[in-house]
Design a binder for this molecule. Structure first.
Ligand SMILES: Nc1ncnc2c1ncn2[C@@H]1O[C@H](COP(=O)(O)OP(=O)(O)OP(=O)(O)O)[C@@H](O)[C@H]1O
Length: 310
């Protein structure tokens, strides 16, 4: 089953087109990473998918419901963590959660059960009676995610969930996100943290008003950079680059540093021995050769450089 399906989804604000003909399918139980520069239209997309604003054209189904004709059901089945979640500072963690659970329509018993469940899950139980005003940013963020989960939504939208958190708090929030996927939820994660997207996401959409690319992190790398190896030599690398470039299976060569070549090729298992033989025949001493995995950041920067297809 698909958690999210968009068909030609668009939103215009006066003269600005914020989202242009978005076609997107996100399978249930996955973490989808939505990446794009500032002003790309990510928040606008999330607001349409949560049935908070109407599309100008096109359609979308979230958790099986149409965002326009079944907006109440969409809202009942989605949770959203906004970039700056508001919590009541003078209320305790438990009071905050039970208050919001009642707003979602849960009975008093259900509200306290659900609040206790998430406070334990997110390791906030010991601090349940403390006013939230004294909580660290990481604790507040976990509490805000808990709040978004109180009505047990199938699809959770998280906007920059680890922004401004220290490494330990970020790790703890990422673990929470993984545990939510393990429980079968679908997570729509908007982030500028590419290492985080790489670690968490099953599927990544790179977006700038239009969807530029949609694939798994591994496929995005291979599609853009092919399969690459780093060749570390005992002597200078630059003089050998032209020779390597001439090999029929080599797609591209760059000099990574004084003694290192980055070689993009089609089939490392088959091509590496030929590459090494050619280098040795040219008098080079090969110290070692290893697979090279470009960072998702390199992939992302390459993708958003490309002009948006007409
Ligand atoms: N209510 C609105 N009225 C007019 N223009 C809007 C409105 N909401 C968004 N926009 C415009 O739509 C475009 C996309 O904005 P949006 O907030 O969706 O981008 P974003 O990708 O979420 O950006 P960021 O990463 O900075 O949060 C921007 O040009 C923005 O100014």
């Amino acid at each position: 089953m698909n958690a999210i399906e968009c068909y030609q989804l668009s939103r215009r604000f006066q003269t600005i087109t914020a989202v242009d003909n978005l076609d997107l399918v996100v399978p249930a139980g996955t973490i989808f990473g939505f990446l794009g520069p500032n002003g790309a239209g990510k928040t606008t997309t999330v607001r349409m998918l949560c049935a908070l604003i109407a599309p100008s054209s096109g359609s979308a189904r979230v958790a099986g419901f149409d965002v326009q004709t079944e907006a109440d059901s969409v809202r009942a089945n989605t949770g959203i963590l906004t970039e700056t979640p508001a919590l009541y500072d003078t209320l305790s963690a438990l009071e905050n959660l039970t208050f919001f659970a009642r707003l979602y329509g849960l009975s008093a018993t259900q509200a306290s059960e659900r609040a206790a469940h998430y406070l334990r899950l997110f390791e906030l139980w010991e601090r349940r009676n403390d006013p939230v005003g004294g909580f660290s940013k990481g604790m507040r963020q976990k509490l805000a995610i808990a709040r978004a989960l109180l009505h047990d939504p199938a699809v959770l939208f998280l906007d920059e969930p680890t922004s401004g958190l220290d490494p330990a708090a970020s790790r703890s929030v990422r673990d929470v996100i993984k545990s939510l996927r393990a429980s079968g939820r679908t997570i729509f994660l908007t982030t500028h943290n590419l290492a985080e997207a790489d670690e968490l996401c099953d599927l990544i959409g790179v977006f700038r008003t239009r969807l530029i690319s949609l694939d798994t992190p591994a496929n995005l790398r291979t599609r853009l950079f092919g399969r690459s190896v780093r060749v570390v030599l005992a002597g200078p690398a630059a003089p050998l680059a032209p020779l390597v470039q001439q090999l029929s299976f080599v797609m591209n060569v760059t000099v990574d540093d004084e003694r290192t070549l980055l070689v993009q090729l089609t089939d490392p298992e088959k091509d590496n021995p030929v590459l090494v033989r050619a280098l040795v025949a040219a008098g080079a001493d090969v110290c070692y050769i290893e697979p090279f995995t470009p960072s998702l950041e390199a992939v992302y920067l390459e993708l958003i450089q490309e002009p948006v297809a007409g």
